[in-house]
Design a protein around this ligand. Sequence first.
Ligand code: NAI
Length: 330
Amino acid sequence: MHNITLINGDGIGPEISEAVVEILKASGVKINWDIQTAGDDVIAQEGVPLPQRVLDSIKKNKVALKAPVTTPIGRGFRSVNVQLRKELDLYANLRPCKNLPNIKTRFDNVDIIVVRENTEDLYAGIERQVDENTAESIKIITKKATERICRFAFDYAVKNARKEVCVVTKANIMKLSDGLFLNTYREIAKDYPQIIQREILVDNLCMQLVQKPEQFDVLVLPNLYGDIVSDLCAGLIGGLGVAQGANIGLDCAVFEPVHGSAPDIKGQNKANPTALLLSAIEMLKHINEVDCAKKIENALFKTLNSGKSTADLGGVLGTKEFADEIIKNL
Ligand code: NAI
């Protein structure tokens, strides 16, 4: 029996969480869900969107599945997502982007793993107004954080039988900060002679990705480029409804879809649970439930191959009906 924290989120979060929990239950995997509410809906009662009990639950269980949470704007609360990553030191953002069966996109051979550093770079939030007409943001790159993200990317490549880890920077211009990222990658790469090394500048990468994405395998990037490139890659495989993600640290891991709480379709049984389901499949692999992960993936692919999907993918099924089809195919 696995103890796993479930943050069922708000907006479409509860609907897609319910669908995914049902699918996992039907697959036979034994999970004891520790359900934790967070986000907009808990502010009224508890005063904050991310109460300490949520962090305590994840620290205890080590693994969480998280549905999207609305970020309150203009009320002084930090984003639940940013806070979770920071408090739990979830330094690696992992975004597998692979074509799914029967989902029509421009390319049919995308299989890219984006590994984004999650804790520093321009996202460290060190900004100041120099004078009325000038603002500055400081880009922090440290050897320690770069070493651990590069090692994570290479270890992932070894564990998942990938061939290449490509480092993405703009080291020709930002010679010190991106230069440090690149040099650290080169040092770490020496420990992984079985993995092919590759270096590319981020602008060239973007062009190549929209022309020949099949040439890329694992990418490792500093935070800002990683944020942008991972959304680009999500677009290559069919967009938000199917884009999964995970935030991983030394102690804990939080698996979550890329998309937000989609308030425009909240409570209408329209949301596509695929991105959360794919995140849950990655979570099952993480806890060594590999056979079960494969079984659910096969059922999802069979469902998509039979032409059944939700409205965002051109189908006619509601969230619940789509989940029922996957359960039938398990
Ligand atoms: P969004 O991702 O919620 O929605 C963008 C568009 O995609 C909408 O038209 C929505 O209906 C559609 N969409 C998203 N997920 C879908 C799904 N599973 N099935 C079908 N259609 C889907 O982005 P938006 O509107 O910018 O953000 C809404 C809220 O979510 C904001 O408060 C934002 O801060 C929060 N957010 C939370 C995230 C998280 O918890 N990890 C990530 C991104 C945004």
